[in-house]
Design a protein around this ligand. Structure first.
Ligand SMILES: [Zn+2]
Length: 371
């Protein structure tokens, strides 16, 4: 592997090291296998062609020919560095991310090869922001709006955070779907109306435990969240009445079509409000730039999830939530022994969050997912 930050044997200064490394990462060397940037470029082309990337043995040599023929390669490296600085990204961190993330995407999570190039770009942005996740401390706001596409998302994704704010802030719940298509009531025949009714009761129990100041149901059928102007206006009017300073919802790349549609609806309705958005994870792990310690709250969070027996009949969300909390505490380096429990979030100013969502899904595009 090439040394990050320059090769001291070359006797270069710190800046020269960056430029040299950026240049080498961008163009590879004749004697080594393709560098991170080269792999990423191949990954992108593989995404477009919907196939796994193939890193031919002569790839590095081809790139070396390219660099030899390009008199402006150093200028290119300078431009990359200047662009990184302009966007507040440290070059060394960017290099580490570029060199490792394509492997992460392509090898560990090959299904992401089906993602769009825009999704890769947004993920790169999130990785750049997520190097040192900050630890949130309650209270994070005075009025918290928890948007959940289905009854139970609020508890699985951010139950600990909401519990911590029971007596510190107003908690408002907005449930988008009726939940008729999920879970099981233990009967042989599915009864969507009975399921929707049961889930509403379960949600009310959760709202009571959270001491919610208000509860709203928009009652979209599962899998069919509408983003029509009327629906946008309906959500906007609810949110404007609540005037939240913190909004939680599943993060915008979560692997469920309703979770992605919820983001588009929210972004179209509320892109201009002053708030902080905390995207939480349910189906797809995110790159957290914020974590919240729920070590003492984990038993209560699991109790919140147990309010949903209809959902626990098909998925063991209790085990999932407790295991994920342990992983997030480990990654956050909680003391002692990197143990405890945490929730992880993508935390962004509302406007920035909504702009990312609109870039990903567009004003008229329908978000898709494999789930
Ligand atoms: Zn959901």
């Amino acid at each position: 592997m090439l040394p990050i930050g320059g090769d001291p044997r070359q006797g270069r200064g710190r800046a020269g090291g960056y430029l040299s490394t950026i240049k080498r990462v961008a163009f590879g060397t004749a004697t080594e296998k393709p560098s991170g940037m080269a792999e990423k470029a191949l990954l992108f082309s593989a995404c477009k062609n919907r196939r796994r990337p193939h890193f031919g043995r002569d790839c590095g040599a081809k790139l070396q020919v390219l660099i030899n023929s390009s008199a402006g390669s150093m200028q290119f490296a300078s431009l990359v560095k200047a662009t990184l600085h302009r966007n507040g990204i440290h070059p060394r961190r960017w290099l580490i991310g570029v060199r490792s993330y394509s492997r992460y995407l392509g090898y560990i999570r090959p299904h992401l090869l089906q993602a769009t190039e825009e999704e890769f770009r947004v993920r790169r942005q999130l990785v750049a922001k997520a190097w040192e996740p900050r630890q949130l401390v309650a209270p994070i706001g005075k009025r918290i709006l928890a948007i959940c596409p289905h009854p139970d998302d609020e508890s699985i994704g951010a139950g600990g955070l909401l519990l911590a704010h029971r007596d510190l802030a107003e908690i408002h719940l907005v449930c988008l779907c009726d939940g008729a298509a999920g879970g099981s009531l233990g009967t042989s025949e599915r009864d969507p109306r009975a399921m929707a009714k049961a889930r509403r009761v379960e949600f009310q129990n959760t709202a009571a435990m959270l001491r919610a100041s208000s509860v709203h149901h928009l009652d979209y059928p599962d899998g069919n969240i509408s983003c029509s102007p009327e629906d946008v206006e309906r959500l906007r009017s609810i949110v404007c009445d609540i005037r939240p300073d913190v909004v939680t919802l599943p993060w915008f790349l979560d692997g469920h079509v309703d979770h992605r549609s919820a983001n588009l609806l929210y972004a179209l309705a509320c892109g201009d409000i002053a708030a902080t958005v905390l995207g939480y994870e349910i189906w797809t792990m995110l790159e957290p730039n914020a974590v919240f310690d729920i070590t003492t709250l984990l038993p209560d969070k699991l109790s919140l999830i147990r309010n949903y027996p209809s959902q626990l009949a098909t998925v063991d969300y209790v085990r999932y939530a407790s295991s994920l909390a342990a992983v997030r505490a480990y990654q956050a380096g909680f003391r002692p022994l990197r143990s405890g429990a945490a929730e992880a979030f993508v935390a962004l100013p509302n406007q920035e969050y909504c702009e990312l969502v609109c870039k990903l899904y567009g004003a008229h595009a329908v978000p898709t997912t494999r789930k």
